[in-house]
Design a protein around this ligand. Structure first.
Ligand code: ADP
Ligand code: MG
Length: 686
């Protein structure tokens, strides 16, 4: 329940003087429906008014003049402005108004009076004018030298918005301090109320920068509120009991049967997962690691722990071919440990399917590997205890949940091959535990990466043909060019035809609009070496492992994001042969060039994700939203990243020390969380 002290802030904007049915929807569009939303509406800039005379007036500047009114010039035709002639010791200034304010103006500005007027100056030759001055006052009462500018929209000006914001700010209650006093003192930050007031009364542009003390304070409040909300959700989820699973004979046998030893990063991730599984509480963990970093074997051992502890485990993959590849790799290992696995996909029909379902409901099968087919209604597990979701972003929240709901209290391990920067990890997945595999299995050769102008395509194709003659396989990626999939498809089809004409080697085509079975067939032909060059739109299955494919050609590489290029490149360099990646480009902007440089320099997905993030900067709001960044009002993910890390730590310490939020600070923090109101339905994860 919302504390009473916050009620004034959570009142609708219509409770403010002057906000009626006409203005309210406009304010709602700009800020939100509540008084609080106006109080948190960040100014977009600052107007600086400089004192001037007609002689020093500058076109386009906002300036303030002290003048004497001379005369009124009525509009000579409909649509012409009302003109007021004024003068100072250096010349004439014309004030003009459109839209019939005449009589009112004659009363307010009689000839002979002196006034201070301010507004944006327009000069036409020697004529100086201000259309609709935004300030008119008595001499001596200076126009404000600086004032914040707010977003405006049709029907409401920035100045009107500002007036409503001021009314909202008057409603701010005095709230107890929720920040740690020592931290506050060290940062030199004002109180919350002072900070909000200062936000709307900047005296210089620097005060609106993310580095300003007031902005920092407010950003930290917002970030901390979000981190606490997410971590409380995490704690609540964890507090739900779940049966414990521990490594046993089966896992030991399987690990010993692996043709390799686990990397340090794999061991760390496995240890974190095992600690969760053995805790008696329900696991919700995200396992992040680049394509090829070896997530599957970590999941395999966790599943073996579960199956060896009397539970069942399920591994769900987004496509049939990926599920089958998983099954073929892990079933023999599980069998070595005495665990039966079944593969369940949409293809299973009739008696075969019935038999698999029986094995799952009887508990005879300890592990199920499959696609969406795993969470269909007819599938019943005897005792599902661990759900592993591979390529988790390819499933909806509900799909993951449906699988998890196949058991009483099911541990969840989500896997993602898209490394994300730590900033996003904290803001997007702050309600999950996260393990990272940030080290590749040994022996991987770096992928030689080159950027080549697309004019040299014929030469690249010829070299590819020669290599294919010697047994090399290659991916050839066509970019998303158009908004429409059909147009993309046409481009890919044209390229496939073009390559078929150029090359002696066999060329296949796979794209997003193919029926799954057909797509699988082409992928299988490629995986089994019957196709040498696979032309694809970006749908190439992320997880599919074709070790013999050693060349990746990406057309119009400048159109791809850094992370995407890295993902694509990650499909080669998996075998023992030398691999290469050719980035064909049409034209390179400065940013595109920097991106390709980053890609040439490193193959560490986490490093690339950080660089990608930094290159996008804080200005690219659309990009930030697309990457799942929450809609913060005052925090800026790039500029305030250190504050974000601090807030995450602060939240964690607080939850550890005072889980019930009953201390003085705890009670104040509850207000903070309510103030920002991070409800669960705004969360990205479910
Ligand atoms: P991803 O993280 O993309 O799912 P996979 O689990 O498919 O990666 O692993 C990629 C390849 O690396 C597989 O062929 C796997 O057998 C191999 N692999 C995994 N771990 C190791 C290791 N520690 N040493 C050597 N090879 C490994
Ligand atoms: Mg994988």
């Amino acid at each position: 329940m919302r504390p009473e002290i916050l009620f004034p802030l959570f009142a609708p904007v219509t409770s403010l003087k002057g906000v009626g049915a006409k203005v309210a929807p406009l304010l709602e569009k700009l800020a939100g429906p509540l008084v609080r939303d106006l109080a948190f509406l960040k100014p977009t800039g600052l107007i600086t008014r400089e004192p001037a005379t007609v002689a020093t007036a500058r076109d386009g500047e906002v300036q303030t003049f002290e003048v004497e009114i001379v005369s009124h010039v009525r509009p000579h035709k409909i649509g012409a402005p009302w003109k007021v002639r004024a003068v100072d010791s250096t010349g004439f200034l014309h004030l003009i108004w459109f839209g019939g304010y005449g009589q009112h103006l004659e009363r307010k500005l009689p000839p002979g009076v002196r006034k201070v007027v301010s507004g944006r100056v327009e000069t036409f030759g020697s004529e100086v004018q201000i259309a609709h001055p935004d300030y008119i006052g008595e001499p001596g009462t200076d126009a404000p030298e600086v004032e914040p500018v707010y977003p405006a929209t049709a029907g409401i000006t920035s100045r009107q918005v500002r007036a409503y914001v001021e009314r909202a700010v008057e409603r701010l209650p005095d709230l107890p301090e929720w920040q740690d006093p020592a931290w506050l003192a060290r940062q030199g930050w004002p109180s919350w109320k002072e900070a909000v007031e200062a936000l709307h009364a900047p005296s210089s542009a620097a005060e609106l920068e993310p580095s300003a003390k007031t902005r920092q304070r407010l950003a930290y409040d917002e970030l901390l509120a979000h981190q606490i909300a997410m971590q409380r959700r995490k704690a609540a989820r964890r507090a739900r009991p779940a049966p414990a699973a521990r490594p046993g004979e089966a896992s030991r046998t399987i690990e010993a049967a692996l043709p390799f030893t686990l990397t340090g990063a794999q061991q760390r991730a496995l240890a974190e997962i095992r600690a969760d599984l053995a805790s008696g509480e329900r696991m919700s963990r995200l396992l992040q690691g680049d394509v090829g970093s070896g997530k599957t074997v970590v999941a395999l051992l966790a599943m073996a722990d579960a199956a060896g502890s009397g539970m069942q485990a399920a591994l769900m993959a987004p496509t049939e071919i990926l599920a089958r590849q998983h099954y073929e790799r892990i079933a023999p290992l599980l069998a070595a440990g005495g665990i039966t696995a079944v593969l369940l996909t949409g293809r299973d029909k009739g008696a075969g399917r019935a038999e698999k379902l029986r094995a799952l409901s009887s508990g005879e099968a300890g592990v199920a590997v499959g696609t969406h087919a795993l969470f269909q209604d007819e599938v019943v597990f005897k005792a599902l205890g661990l759900a592993v979701v591979d390529e988790q972003h390819r499933f909806g929240v509900n799909e993951r949940k449906r699988l998890q709901d196949k058991g009483e209290a099911v541990h969840l391990l989500s896997m993602s091959a898209t490394p994300i920067p730590r900033t996003l990890e904290l803001t997007q997945y702050g309600d999950l535990e996260v393990s990272r595999i940030d080290e590749k299995p040994p022996g991987r050769k770096p992928v030689a990466t080159r950027a080549v102008p697309s004019a040299r395509l014929p030469e690249i194709a010829a070299r590819l043909d020669a290599a294919a003659g010697a047994g090399t396989q290659a991916y050839w990626i066509c970019p998303l060019v158009a908004e429409s999939e059909t147009a993309d498809l046409a481009a890919a089809e044209a390229r496939a035809a073009d390559l078929r004409a150029r090359l002696k080697a066999s060329v296949g085509l796979v794209h997003g609009q193919m029926p799954p079975a057909e797509k699988d067939a082409v992928m299988t032909d490629f995986a089994e070496g019957r196709i040498a060059v696979l032309v694809a739109t970006t749908v190439v299955e992320v997880g599919v492992d074709v070790p013999n494919a050693t060349v990746m050609v990406i057309e119009q590489a400048e159109r791809f994001g850094l992370a995407q290029l890295h993902q694509l490149r990650g499909r080669v360099g998996r075998g023992s042969g030398e691999s290469s990646c050719v980035l064909l480009y049409d034209g390179l902007s400065e940013v595109a060039r920097t991106r390709l440089d980053v890609l040439r320099r490193t193959e560490d997905g986490f490093e690339i994700a950080e660089q990608d993030w930094a290159l996008r900067g804080g200005g690219d709001l659309l990009g930030l939203k697309q990457s799942g960044f929450p809609d913060y009002r005052l925090a800026d993910p790039v500029a305030h990243r250190d504050l974000l890390y601090a807030a995450a730590d602060d939240a964690r310490l607080q939850l550890g020390r005072d889980p019930g939020f009953t201390s003085d600070r705890g009670r104040a923090l509850r207000l903070l969380v309510h103030l920002f109101d991070w409800r669960a339905d705004r969360a990205v994860t479910g």
